[in-house]
Design a protein. Structure first.
Length: 415
């Protein structure tokens, strides 16, 4: 009971602070992917104060904003940094329960604390996220076709086995989740008939949710969700016709969505979306011949796209994209032999792409690609024996990677 009370007290203090700031200052939406940040000392929840100026170039001194910022506005994924700075991973076990593992200590090496069973009955992969006060939450589509939510009051070992049913009907696959500009969690999921649905918290870090809202687009694959550089959430979904479409929030924090924008293409799998160092969204997906297709905005939050470009490869599964320690985008995928492949932005101006690199392994399914507390890119995947493996950079933004290691134990679903 004391642990729950501490969380509620913390939530009230943070939300009260947000409300007080809102009374004295107009909201300023700034995202840490596009601005320099200052890390306050003794900040266990990972909040950051942005450095901004009238011309957007940054000031020597931080200025107050209408709300604290997370270290990154990245959407939910199978791995992320928790509020104490530990790298946390979730995956689905053979009994369709959700298993989680984390670093043994913040800013430590790759040593992990061991797998903890969170229970649940997952029909797809779990997605891990943090709410407006930094509390961890896991979402899955359950075997009953509903969206299920599990709040973890403490990382890993003290995680709650209790799942909350958020409803929905005939949902399938893996949901997409992100915080909106107000800090509310928004979840998008597809149904068995290809329809797309959204639900969101009624208040930041709140315990009540809106009704499900149907979206004016169909999805043949799992959707992707990302905030743009102005704070609007954007949904990306490939339709049964193979064309990719995106839908933007009607306004910041709204439970309303604009009409879909058709980005065209010939897409045969789910998309991956990332924001680059210039604040532009980049989307990646595989075509029918297994090549990686890439599209990018012409400018930050421009709503205008350059068109599809092939980055080559003969790949399978879902690609994963992330940003390295120096701001370059890297994309990971499996080739038809189950080897980990990557391609990344090259050169000081990041204007070209590298050749494809083979990182080895005998992998049945990619689980996650992310940046760890040291700034190294880390990729997790289920190998063909069902165990969890990984490969990671030796140094942040370095060229050298470890060999694929199958030493995390556990048994996991590979489809």
């Amino acid at each position: 009971m004391m642990r729950v009370r501490r969380r509620n007290d913390q939530k009230l203090l943070v939300l009260a602070a947000l409300g007080g700031l809102a009374l004295i200052a107009a909201p300023v939406v700034v995202f840490s992917q596009a601005v320099e940040t200052v890390v306050p000392a003794g900040d266990p929840m990972g909040f950051r104060v942005p450095v901004i100026s009238d011309d957007g170039e940054g000031l020597d001194e931080p200025v107050p904003t209408s709300q604290p910022l997370r270290d990154s506005p990245l959407p939910g994924a199978s791995s992320l940094l928790d509020g104490s700075g530990r790298f946390v991973l979730v995956a689905t076990g053979p009994g369709k329960t959700v298993l989680t593992n984390s670093q043994s200590a913040p800013s430590a090496g790759p040593e992990a604390s061991g797998w903890v069973d969170l229970g649940g009955s997952a029909a797809g992969d779990p997605v891990l996220t943090t709410d407006a006060i930094g509390a961890l939450a896991t979402f899955i589509v359950g075997s009953n076709g509903h969206l299920l939510q599990n709040y973890q009051l403490e990382p890993s070992v003290d995680a709650s086995p209790n799942w909350r049913d958020l409803g929905g009907a005939h949902l399938v696959g893996t949901p997409a989740v992100a915080q909106d500009a107000e800090g509310k969690l928004v979840v998008v999921a597809r149904a068995a008939d290809g329809s797309l649905w959204a639900i969101q918290q009624t208040a930041p870090a709140g315990e009540t949710w809106t009704d499900w809202r149907g979206l004016p687009v169909s999805a043949a694959q799992d959707p992707a969700l990302h905030r743009d550089s102005q704070g609007k959430l954007r949904i990306f979904a490939s339709g049964p016709d193979g064309r990719l479409r995106t839908i933007a929030q009607a306004r910041l924090g709204a439970d309303e969505w604009n009409a879909p924008q058709d980005l065209g293409g010939s897409i045969a799998g789910p998309p991956a979306v990332v924001m680059d160092a210039e604040g532009m969204l980049r989307v990646f997906a595989l075509s029918g011949d297994g090549s990686l297709q890439h599209n990018v905005e012409t400018g930050a939050a421009s709503d205008v796209w350059l068109g599809w470009q092939s980055l080559g490869g003969r790949l399978t599964g879902r690609p994963m994209a992330t940003v390295g320690a120096k701001g370059g985008v890297a994309v990971f995928a499996l080739n038809t032999s189950g080897n980990l492949q990557d391609v990344y932005q090259a050169g000081t101006e990041r204007a070209t792409w590298s050749k494809w690199n083979n990182r080895g392994g005998s992998i049945a399914k990619l689980v996650s690609a992310a940046r760890d507390p040291q700034g190294r890119l880390v990729v997790y995947g289920v190998d063909k024996t069902g165990g969890m493996g990984r490969a990671y950079q030796m140094t942040p933004s370095g060229e050298q990677w470890t060999k694929w290691e199958n030493n995390l134990g556990g048994v996991f679903l590979a489809n």
